[in-house]
Design a binder for this molecule. Structure first.
Ligand code: C2E
Ligand code: MG
Ligand code: MG
Length: 694
């Protein structure tokens, strides 16, 4: 350019200076401006002449004046180096604009002879820089104070940048982590998942994954952290994987505790607390699943319902704690007997179910039930002793796609009752005729409620003979149901149902009132009266109103209390010997006499007999049966008679059917006897005729 003859260098320079966004000035050492480039017009809005007049410290922003004065001094004292600074100058429109200004000491340059300044408008850049600085400061403050930490790693998970908040969150000095690998700090159990998810995230730009993992805290504990990784490997400003890390230990612990308590609740809702076996709810669930599976596989499902024989007697005689131990031992034995995959559940009380799946043949279920029954020939070991407990088992089998879980249970239950009625320790298989039995039980209960109101319950009396005088001295009141369709029903057909349903209380009261009235009539015919025996059920004995009721019945009938004898079975008395003793004492105080019925079938000890205020022992029919047939029965009866006499008790034998039994009893010194051989239970009029004839 310099060699082109057409160009005048000064004119060119001046022309370029016109176009420039820069302003040049020259000033004397006194600070007087002697030159300003015309560009001052469009850069700062002043006419050059006006500018020269104004120029000086007045155009500098008050906050920057110290800087300018330092610069000026520096320029004057050091002619070799340019002095530079950034400061604000006032535009003609009154606004302040940023400039980078360089001062050149050209005092010695003859062409200038002053201090030249060169101001470059950087206003827009300065504003942008300032915004950046503010943002940066904000970011720093945020990171220092945030609960979250941000770390950046490379594609292999090595830390390349860590935010200051890492210290608060994680305990490490941020810079000490650089170069370490995140994976090294993660709990071994959480590593696989982390590797898997991290790798999938690094495949796609900008994709994110959220991972919850335990990380080793600098304080020497595992803590839970939620990390959100974002792939910014391709982003020029980052070139890494950004992880937002947050401590979630408290939440994780709360969630863990909640999960644990949910599991506990679920377990409690589906398991029996005594034996830890699945309960009815869980059993029905599993049964439904088993049926669905059987349907698909064309196999059979067996439901074996077990009930402990005479559990009530065992429980009553040995106490509830022993009863519980027995159930636990039984549960353990059952669990050991079934195949893997079969379910043993407790329905409640002494009822258990074995759910047997995947049976090729229905007969397999029966075979399995027989194995169970046989297994209980061995005694169960309780903490303190051993106990023999047999079980009765009802079996129901579902073929592919047949029946619902509750139908199956109901059928197994009916079969179990059938097994019991056939004489315990047996297996019975459900067949449809059992439905009728269940319906019968229900019908009887409904009809029995009605029978009480309709006065269909009648009392028959069976004579009791004094073996010393052969005279009828007493009678036992036995209830019968005059059923409109089925004729006269004996207690065996309805007493059990009455006890289960609670109707026994009303029946008992009815018999008691009837018997007292009847005995009162006999008392008026015979000077020393005829004693009447009334059976009391366990429920009546437990009724706190019993003594009052008895007193009222005696009072209404006008009967002497010593003519009333209450029979309580041995089993019922020994359930809770202490409570029984208290009730008996109150009965005794009324003057009523007390008999222990079915004696020999329960578990009373000599000591407990002595402590109870009883008057009579009634030897159970099963022993009398053996008289003249079985020497062991004879020995037992003789021993009971002797023991009774030693305790000053009257001893009575029930169920005498043959003359020979009577002879045995006489020779043993038994006091009284009752049985078909001596007279059947009959309406009161029959007994009254008998009383008149003797
Ligand atoms: P239990 O108190 O042991 O009554 C004796 C049972 O033996 C009566 O049966 C009677 O008919 C029967 N029996 C008497 N002598 C002979 C005999 O020589 N041979 C045979 N095979 N049996 C004989 P029943 O009347 O059927 O009563 C059965 C049970 O029902 C009674 O046994 C008693 O436990 C209960 N029961 C009867 N009436 C009542 C009542 O009013 N209230 C309560 N709670 N239970 C009653
Ligand atoms: Mg009786
Ligand atoms: Mg009896």
């Amino acid at each position: 350019m310099g060699g082109d003859p057409r160009l005048d260098p000064d004119a060119t320079w001046s022309h370029l200076a016109h176009l420039s966004r820069e302003v040049f000035t020259i000033a004397t050492t006194d600070g007087e401006t002697t030159f300003v480039s015309p560009s001052v017009r469009w850069v700062l809005g002043y006419e050059p002449d006006d500018f020269m007049e104004l120029a000086g410290i007045a155009l500098v922003h008050p906050d920057d004046r110290a800087t300018v004065s330092d610069l000026w001094t520096a320029a004057l004292t050091n002619p070799d180096a340019a002095a530079r600074a950034r400061y604000r100058l006032r535009h003609a429109d009154g606004s302040w604009r940023w400039f980078d200004v360089a001062y050149h000491n050209l005092l010695e340059d003859p062409a200038v002879g002053g201090v030249a300044t060169h101001s470059h408008d950087v206003h827009d850049r300065e504003l942008a820089d300032e915004a950046l600085r503010t943002n940066e400061a904000r970011l720093q403050a945020l990171m220092r104070n945030a609960d979250d930490a941000i770390v950046i790693s490379d594609a292999l998970g090595r830390f390349v940048w860590t935010s200051p908040s890492v210290k608060a969150l994680w305990g490490y000095e941020p810079e000490t982590l650089l170069g370490d690998t995140l994976l090294d700090k993660v709990h071994p159990d959480d590593r696989r998942e982390l590797i898997r998810r991290f790798a999938s995230m690094t495949r796609d730009q900008r994709s994110s994954v959220r991972i919850e993992a335990r990380v080793w805290h600098a304080d020497g504990h595992w803590r839970w952290y939620e990390c959100i990784f974002t792939n910014c490997l391709e982003e020029p400003a980052v070139r890494g994987v950004v992880a937002n890390v947050r401590d979630t230990t408290d939440r994780a612990l709360v969630e863990q505790a909640l999960r644990a308590s949910e599991q506990r609740l679920e377990y409690q809702a589906t398991h029996d607390h005594l034996t830890d076996l699945p309960n009815r709810t869980l059993l029905l669930d599993r049964l439904a699943m088993a049926l669905a599976r059987a349907g698909r596989a064309g196999r059979h499902v067996g439901v074996l319902l077990l009930d402990v024989d005479n559990f009530k007697v065992l429980n009553d005689s040995r106490g509830h704690a022993a009863g519980d131990q027995l159930l636990v031992a039984l549960a353990r034995r059952l669990t050991g007997l079934v195949r893997a995959g079969d379910t043993v559940a407790r329905l409640g009380g002494d009822e258990f179910v074995v759910l047997s799946e995947d049976l090729p043949d229905p007969a397999d279920a029966v075979e399995q039930a027989e194995i169970l029954v046989d297994a209980f020939e061995e005694p169960l070991r309780l903490p303190a002793d051993e106990i023999y407990a047999t079980v009765s088992v009802g079996v129901a089998v579902a073929r592919a796609g047949s029946g619902s879980p509750s139908d199956l249970l109901r059928d197994a239950d009916a079969a179990m009752y059938e097994a019991k009625s056939r004489g315990r320790s047996r297996v019975a298989i459900f067949d449809t005729s059992l439905h009728a039995t269940i319906r019968d039980r229900h019908d009887i209960e409904t009809a029995l409620r009605h029978a009480i109101a309709a006065d269909q319950l009648v009392v028959h009396y069976q004579p009791i003979i004094d073996l010393g005088t052969d005279a009828v001295t007493a009678a036992e009141a036995l209830v019968r149901w005059q059923h409109p369709d089925r004729g006269l029903l004996l207690p065996g057909a309805f007493i059990g149902i009455a006890e289960e349903s609670g109707l026994i209380g009303r029946i008992g009261s009815h018999v008691l009132r009837e018997a007292c009235l009847r005995a009162s009539v006999w008392q008026s015919h015979r000077p020393d009266g005829v004693r009447v025996s009334v059976n009391l059920s366990a429920r009546q004995l437990d009724d706190p109103g019993l003594v009052t009721e008895l007193a009222a019945a005696l009072d209404v009938a006008g009967l002497s209390p010593e003519l009333l004898l209450v029979e309580i079975t041995e089993t019922c008395l020994m359930r809770d010997a202490a409570a029984s003793a208290a009730t008996l004492a109150r009965l005794k105080a009324l003057g009523v006499r007390i008999s222990i019925d079915d004696f020999g079938t329960g578990y009373s000890s000599f000591a407990s007999l002595r402590s109870l205020p009883v008057d009579q022992l009634k030897i159970d029919r099963s022993f009398i049966d053996g008289l003249g047939v079985d020497e062991r029965d004879e020995a037992v009866v003789a021993a009971i008679v002797q023991m009774g006499h030693m305790l000053d008790l009257e001893v009575l034998a029930e169920g005498v059917e043959r003359a020979e039994q009577l002879e045995h009893l006489r020779s043993m010194g038994c006091d009284a006897a009752q049985g078909f051989h001596l007279g059947r239970p009959e309406p009161a009029t029959t007994l009254e005729a008998m009383l008149e004839s003797c």
